[in-house]
Design a protein around this ligand. Sequence first.
Ligand SMILES: Cc1cc2nc3c(=O)[nH]c(=O)nc-3n(C[C@H](O)[C@H](O)[C@H](O)COP(=O)(O)OP(=O)(O)OC[C@H]3O[C@@H](n4cnc5c(N)ncnc54)[C@H](O)[C@@H]3O)c2cc1C
Ligand SMILES: *[C@@H]1O[C@H](CO)[C@@H](O)[C@H](O)[C@H]1NC(C)=O
Ligand SMILES: *[C@@H]1O[C@H](CO)[C@@H](O)[C@H](O)[C@H]1NC(C)=O
Length: 624
Amino acid sequence: MFQSARLLNLVLLCLLESVTARSKPSIVGSFGNVLTDLMKQQESEPKEERHLMHEYDFIIVGAGSAGCILANRLTEVPEWKVLLIEAGGQETFLMDIPILASFTQFTSANWNYKTVPSGTSCLGFRNAQCKYPRGKVMGGSSTLNYMVYTRGHPKDYDKWAADGNEGWSYEDVFPYFMKSEDMTIPELAKDTKHHSTGGYLTISYTPYRTPLAEAFIQSGLETGQNVVDYNTDTLIGFSFIQSTMQNGTRCSSSKAFLHPIRNRKNLHVTKMSTVTKILIHPETKQAEGVQFVRGGKRYIIRASKEIILSSGAINSPQLLMLSGIGPRRHLESLGIKVIQNLDVGYNLMDHMALGGLTFIVNQSISLRTDNILRNPDNIANYFAYHKGPISVAGGCEALAFYDLKDPKNPQGYPDIELIFLGGSFVSERTLRENVGIRPELYNSVYKPIEQYDTWTVVPMLMRPKSRGRIMLRDRNPFHKPLIDPNYFQYDEDLDTLVGGVKKAIELSKTKGFQEFGTKLHDTPIPGCKKHVFGSDDYWRCAIRHLTFTIYHVSGTCKMGPKWDSGAVVDPRLRVYGIKGLRVVDASIIPEIPVGHTNGPTYMIAEKGADLIKQDWGVTTNNIT
Ligand SMILES: Cc1cc2nc3c(=O)[nH]c(=O)nc-3n(C[C@H](O)[C@H](O)[C@H](O)COP(=O)(O)OP(=O)(O)OC[C@H]3O[C@@H](n4cnc5c(N)ncnc54)[C@H](O)[C@@H]3O)c2cc1C
Ligand SMILES: *[C@@H]1O[C@H](CO)[C@@H](O)[C@H](O)[C@H]1NC(C)=O
Ligand SMILES: *[C@@H]1O[C@H](CO)[C@@H](O)[C@H](O)[C@H]1NC(C)=O
């Protein structure tokens, strides 16, 4: 088992190694930089509030991607007193180090969820369960994620609006992407129609690239694709990743939106505090307060204006159901008194993918985490300048969007994204533990190539038809809910992914990749040997075995108009039938946008904050 001690050990070992290499004074100096970084982090985060008040104007549950933005925007109103409640603890400087992105999942900063075994997906993982990490720390999942920043396609939001969500068309939401942004990539910042500078959220390129990532971009050009800025209206094409990174370090939502306002007197933050129930008056249906547990002690705090759930797409539906808001039959079967019958927990969406598609090269140019961390020069370079291979977030370097149904159309609507990693299962020990790959599968397919240099493309399904569900296991708020992603409910989802796999293989045959002698690793997965390696049936089987979540779980408290029977919140994000309660996070997403979900969640929170201000008569900054 990988434990946080193991992580610390590895890092400290490297630091010690660098410190003991006394012949290089610059390296010794780097240790001092580490301590400076560490202290900076501790000083910048808002302090834990010891003396809580009995009542606040607003209570925000969850300091994740969305919660930190809400805390910032609502406390812009000086007379509003806001309490931000977070189940996890402080973000540490180790979580800031991009290459350690995959390690962080093995610490207490992860809720450590797993899907229920299904028999049709996640078959190559222990107990046929997919791991579903979620951030339990200041910054939430933005403190664990791979920092890929994408906004989605205009059509995504126009569909939201067409389905009756007034105010959520692309034109409506676009200003909120711009509002957060501080684009630091000079050539993109020049495009002021699509990017802005001076916002709280820093976007940059990773300061290091492998030659393999360059080959990936070249492979796009060679096959007739364009290099694009995918955060415009044109997504089809290739690009290095635009990353939520600040000077080579993670820019989590806490760092972006809370550190700069840590001295605001009207914001109180309580960490290591798990909300167990929202208190709702059974007759008036007014949300009155929350109950939470901190250090074994139970607290009840009231909200005079509103309670805002920003606990993420697993915990927000869990909390609603625990509080009596959810599907009547399910709640009654657990003995929970129903206050409002709503389709809470349904409509779970994720971008699923094939993991483990591995290509072997003949030169040592890939990212091998152990080697990188063992090299004192890399450590010194990182702590002195925040540069070098340690600044690559979990190996993710570049991406491409395809519309496989309309391949020649540069304005197409992506159904596949390819994520390029300059490494693989065999070069990154944590990656295989992140998914919990079965040892016999690993040993027969991957162990034989452990000493090789490799790269991976992860083909991801952009517009899944399949829908899953979150349910309560029982009435205990500390028990993990049941997560059934229901992957591949529709064959179409599987078929589109197979198309993505074939694209990746096509790219591996281009000149750029062939210069490094690129070869598809073709040892079959034991459970798929009955199919000819490389046939469509083989890939379908491989996808069912190495089913990767891209961690984009969303949609479980669906936003929709009054006539949508599956809707949990209205287009102003108010929970139907309840007064003073909103959900503002990835769970309100009615249909998952293409790309990644952190950028869209930031947009939802920025817009949500304005909706709240408008409803309480506060003028908002010229954004309608
Ligand atoms: C490993 C990983 C990699 C990812 N990679 C990317 C990527 O590269 N790019 C991208 O765009 N997206 C990525 N994502 C997805 C993205 O990070 C999420 O979609 C986004 O962070 C969701 O934001 P949220 O505000 O809805 O929830 P979260 O950020 O998860 O925030 C929820 C917060 O609520 C807290 N909370 C929950 N329950 C309670 C409770 N009962 N009491 C108190 N507090 C509570 C949690 O601890 C957490 O801090 C990734 C996610 C993960 C996990
Ligand atoms: C980036 O970080 C390094 C290392 O701490 C520091 O020396 C440098 O000044 C920083 N650059 C910017 C632009 O902040
Ligand atoms: C790698 O393979 C390519 C293509 O076969 C070849 O040209 C090159 O010389 C090889 N490089 C090494 C280091 O073996």
